[in-house]
Design a protein around this ligand. Structure first.
Ligand code: 3UK
Length: 535
């Protein structure tokens, strides 16, 4: 089936066939036609089938129905094509906190056959330039509040011909241009395997990588984890903290609610207190956030009494058994944990509330396969720790990047995580492969030590790393954020060390402990262990 892309930039930069992951489409619901535009199924279909007046997006002071979102997206698509000269295959940088206009812009790009490149709001000019250069963006649609860094980056990016601002830019703004345009737009007939989005890895170090996702991939992730594990209903109200630039947030707060005709609440600021307020004010029923946010919200558990919440999803980092337990005590709800990656777009190992097992991520999601293998790629018996590898309907395609060969081997996607599998198919996370600390010959998984420390009542947050040590090779060092009212003194160091020695094998205890006000985290909520190593 012919590609609709006039600009063949993305197709020309796909990984070579030998380095492509194997794609598996075994489930009946994963049979896709050769031609599809994912905006039809997620958005237009609802209006066409008579659900146009249902609430689609809510934000403070605003309600958009499915028809409203469709009309906004259509008008923006016209602006892109007629006024800004977009042709199918062009990359469009999108930049905003989570808000309705960002969602409308995302759909506009997809409808026009463009490629959406949504960026983290916190990125500075230097980082934005790296994204603009790798993706060779010709257009940018950006929230007025984030204009400054984009303007600075644009000076050094000659290929970025068009920048247009929304949410307050007067007669020059996107909204003004939209008024001149029709609310009807004929979606570009893209091929199922035309790239529709580039997602940058939340990579904690080094040069960012762009992962390429097709129209087909966007629908595939909606039909796997949400359909089989989350099982939300059209009357559910989704809410959460991850940015739409992070595929955890894109799926949980836009694709998944829309795929079933439900509604989503978009919050520009979703730190724990704001998220709690949002859950209450919007009577949210399905929550997406990261483990650290669950821990912070537990402290205000009372605020959740009588809330409408019924499903809580955690991803991005391992969910400690203690966090799961505290949340259950505070709310009566069992967290749905799931591991996903930017490369595979969304979650591929998870357990629903009825099958959750403390300390385990879950079982493989229908549509995917997963294995734990040794360094020679041989599958390991149950209980042994090795490398996690996965395949399914989605998989890793780095845009023109040598590192493809590091993520994909023999058709499998290697996530870089050390996992073990129980005899009954439950996968347990141990560490990132590079976060295994080797101390005096022992392999120590940093997250296991963190989990032990978190059980101590004085510990609010903690991060564990291996630091160079002449005697032991590496030394286990813990960075601890104490709860209010506790002192980070020598007595506390001793108390925490003794506590860990009693909880897990004593050789794993942190021989060094330092106290911090806060831990360094990425915009996606991940602990930046590499920054602790140089503390
Ligand atoms: C880690 C987890 C243990 C793991 C993501 C859901 O996090 C996402 O994507 P990223 O590319 O990072 C991937 C890496 O993060 N991780 C994520 N979830 C878990 N480790 N338990 C978990 N539940 O190291 C993985 O390789 O930023 C998560 C959906 C979409 C995503 N992009």
């Amino acid at each position: 089936m012919p590609s609709a892309h006039v600009d063949t930039f993305a197709r020309d930069r796909l990984p070579p066939p030998a380095l492509m992951p194997e794609f598996v489409f075994e489930l009946p619901e994963l049979q896709f036609p050769a031609q599809l535009n994912c905006a039809w199924e997620l958005l237009d279909r609802h209006v066409a089938e008579g659900r146009g007046e249902r609430v689609c997006i809510r934000a403070p002071g605003l309600i958009w129905t499915y028809r409203d979102l469709q009309e906004q997206a259509n008008r923006i698509a016209h602006v892109l094509v007629r006024e800004l000269g977009l042709v199918p295959g062009n990359r469009v940088l999108l930049r905003a906190p989570n808000n309705p206009m960002l969602a409308a812009c995302w759909f506009a790009v997809i409808k026009a056959g463009g490629i959406a490149v949504t960026t983290m709001p916190l990125l500075r000019a230097k980082e934005l330039k790296a994204v603009l250069d790798i993706a060779q963006c010709s257009h940018a649609l950006c929230d007025r509040s984030l204009a400054q860094e984009l303007e600075a980056a644009a000076q050094a990016c000659p290929q970025l011909h068009h920048r247009c601002y929304f949410n307050g830019h007067g007669p020059q703004g996107l909204e003004h241009a939209m008024q001149q345009q029709s609310a009807r737009f004929a979606n570009v007939d893209t091929a199922a395997d035309d790239t529709c989005m580039l997602a940058f890895t939340s990579g904690t170090t080094g040069v960012p990588k762009a992962t390429m996702h097709f129209h087909r991939d966007v629908l595939a992730v909606c039909r796997c984890w949400p359909a089989h594990l989350l099982r939300a209903q059209p009357d559910d109200v989704f809410i959460g903290s991850p940015p739409l630039a992070f595929t955890f947030g894109l799926g949980g707060l836009l694709l998944f609610p829309l795929s079933i005709g439900a509604s989503t609440v978009l919050l520009e600021k979703a730190a724990p207190t704001q998220l709690l307020e949002g859950i209450r004010d919007f009577k949210a029923t399905v929550l997406f956030t990261a483990p650290t946010s669950y821990r912070a919200m537990v402290a205000h558990g009372a605020a959740l009494h009588g809330s409408a919440l019924r499903k809580c999803v955690s991803a991005g980092e391992a969910l400690p058994a203690s966090t799961r337990e505290q949340w259950r005590e505070a709310t009566g709800l069992e967290i749905i944990d799931g591991i996903g990656t930017t490369e595979l777009l969304h979650i591929f190992i998870s357990a629903d509330e009825a099958h959750a097992r403390p300390g385990a991520t879950g079982t493989v999601v229908p549509g995917y396969r997963a294995e734990v293998v040794d360094d020679e790629d041989h599958p390991l018996p149950p209980g042994s720790i090795g490398r996690l590898r996965v395949k399914g309907p989605t998989g890793c395609r780095y845009l023109a990047d040598e590192r493809q060969a590091g993520y994909v081997r023999q058709g499998w996607n290697y996530t870089g995580d050390a996992y073990s599998m129980d005899a009954d198919g439950y996968f347990r996370f141990h560490a990132r492969t590079d976060d295994l600390i080797v101390s005096a010959g022992y392999n120590i998984a940093a997250p296991e030590v963190e989990e032990a420390l978190l059980q101590h009542p004085a510990v609010a947050e903690c991060g564990v790393v291996g630091v160079p040590d002449t005697e032991r090779g590496q030394l286990v060092k813990a960075f601890v954020v104490l709860r209010p009212g506790h002192q980070g003194d020598a007595a506390m160091v001793r108390a925490l060390q003794d506590f860990v020695k009693r909880a897990i094998a004593p050789y794993k205890y942190p021989r060094a402990i330092a106290f911090l006000e806060a831990l360094p985290r990425t915009a996606t909520g991940k602990l930046q262990r590499f920054r602790l190593k140089v503390e």
